[in-house]
Design a protein around this ligand. Structure first.
Ligand code: FAD
Length: 341
């Protein structure tokens, strides 16, 4: 069999990182990325990019932990290299604070982030409305630079990148041996997945360079995440809301909530509003499927539905998707050598 041709559909953090993992695990493959939108116009560009996992109720915790650990280890190495500033990856320390003590004192990811501990009484004095908190150091991706860095790595590995809207995965069967579906919320339309739904998120990106620590309310709704150039203030979680239009009332509400956690933000300037649709599901769809029309087959690997936690687990799920692509190629090679006998 000639070099297997793999098409990855989607150029958010999931598509780009999956394409990169495929080039690393299958250097003989010819990999192409097809997408109707690229950075800065994807959901991944809107994200804060903090490595704090969101829990997928339908996925075993040990699997989620493994995805997070692989992602953390990968990005930690980048943060500790000369590539860090170009890739937009940096360490950030801060606090997750709770009005009432949480049921589980230790989240499953507490031994993956660095220096996780319960906050002292003295630290909690900064948050008079909160009773309990965790302090730790984690990683943050500045999303647009990280997406551009991934694209650059792909081009260096010989990957072709084209702008194309795919109306039906089957349309790719003449040109490619394996197709990988990383279309995020686009999978609602592309593959008619009824288990996938949008959770709208509105955030503000502000200039407040004096804010150095992250602060996250334990309810997950209000957060302050300092990046290299801008601070992300959030947020909202609106299930089944497809609107990408910023809402001025929500902007005011987010700003007020964040200022109540960190009063110095009243001095923030140059407020930009962004909206994105989290591609949400009970569990990430990470599986093989073989499309078949009239006896002609097209293996597909799905990797979408990362909801509120795509950055936190992207490398782990990309590695697993690349492994499934390897299985599809091995099966194709097995059937082509049997056909020659
Ligand atoms: P996308 O980035 O949407 O990429 C999908 C790609 O597929 C796009 O390029 C699109 O153009 C393409 N596509 C779709 N349909 C087609 C088609 N038919 N043909 C061709 N191309 C197609 N996660 C974290 O881990 N940490 C955070 O701090 C964080 N903060 C967030 C804050 C907000 C406000 C939001 C909205 C999300 C946040 N997330 C965070 C979640 C994270 O953004 C998502 O999980 C992640 O971006 C999903 O990536 P994706 O590549 O699957 O989707």
């Amino acid at each position: 069999m000639a070099a297997p041709k793999v098409a990855v559909v989607g150029a958010g953090v999931i598509g780009l990182s999956t394409a990169l993992c495929i080039t690393e695990t299958c250097p003989s493959c010819s990999v192409t990325v097809l997408s109707d939108q690229f950075s800065p116009n994807t959901t991944s560009d809107v994200a804060a990019g903090m490595l704090i996992p969101h829990t997928y109720p339908g996925t075993p915790i040990h699997v989620q932990k493994q995805w997070f650990k692989e992602t953390f280890t990968y990005l930690f190495a980048i943060s500790n290299s000369a590539e860090a500033s170009e890739a937009g990856i940096h360490l950030v320390s801060g606090w997750q604070v709770f009005k009432n003590s949480p049921k589980d004192e230790l989240p499953f990811w507490s031994d993956v982030v660095l220096g996780f501990r319960v906050m002292s009484k003295a630290e909690l004095q900064k948050f008079p409305q909160h009773q309990f908190g965790h302090a730790f150091t984690t990683l943050k991706c500045d999303c647009p630079p990280y997406l551009l860095w991934l694209e650059k790595r792909l081009k260096a590995n010989g990957v072709q990148i084209y702008t194309r809207k795919v109306a039906d995965l089957w349309d790719l069967h003449r040109e490619y041996d394996v197709v990988v579906n990383c279309t995020g919320i686009g999978a609602c339309q592309l593959v008619g997945d009824k288990k996938l739904f949008p959770v709208r998120g509105q955030v503000l990106k502000v200039h407040a360079p004096w804010v150095k620590n992250f602060i996250r309310d334990g309810d997950g709704l209000t957060y302050i995440y300092p990046g290299i150039h801008r601070v992300t203030l959030g947020g909202t979680r609106e299930k089944e809301n497809w609107s990408l239009a910023p809402d001025p009332g929500t902007t005011k509400d987010i700003f007020d909530r964040c200022c109540s956690l960190e009063p110095s933000l009243w001095g923030a300037q140059d407020i930009k509003v962004k909206v994105g649709l989290r591609p949400s599901r009970q569990h990430v769809r990470l599986q093989k499927e073989v499309l078949n029309q009239g006896g002609v087959k097209l293996p597909v690997v799905h990797n979408y539905g990362h909801g509120a936690g795509g950055f936190s687990v992207h490398r782990g799920t990309a590695k697993e998707a690349a492994f499934l692509v390897g299985e599809c190629i091995a099966a194709l090679q097995g059937s082509s050598s049997r056909a020659k006998l």
